[in-house]
Design a protein around this ligand. Structure first.
Ligand code: ZN
Length: 102
């Protein structure tokens, strides 16, 4: 079992304010929401500044680093089942589910 124990704590590009501004410009001016919605699920987007701790993504099993923008997802009405996902992992899950459901 690989647990991905090699964590890079020294260099975090999102802690560089100018780099962060560049990235968030890209993110916020492009499509932000619509491809992250999945019927039956509540999706909350967490920006980097609000991501105060590390989480483990249930899809890829890798760490979502402190300070990394990601999404929190739970079945509507069952917030006990909240999970933190990488944005790209959740987006792929949405696409998979869209295809499977119809
Ligand atoms: Zn992931």
């Amino acid at each position: 079992m690989s647990k991905g124990s090699r964590r890079k704590r020294a260099t975090r590009p999102w802690q560089n304010p100018s780099a962060l501004r560049d990235v968030s410009d890209l993110v916020t001016t492009s499509r932000f929401d619509d491809d992250l919605e999945l019927p039956g699920y509540a999706v909350r987007q967490i920006d980097g500044a609000s991501a105060a701790k590390e989480y483990t993504c249930p899809d890829c099993g890798n760490v979502i680093a402190e300070g990394e923008a990601h999404v929190v997802v739970w079945p509507v009405g069952d917030s006990d089942l909240r999970r933190h996902w990488h944005r790209h992992c959740w987006r792929m899950e949405v696409r998979r589910s869209d295809g499977a459901a119809s």
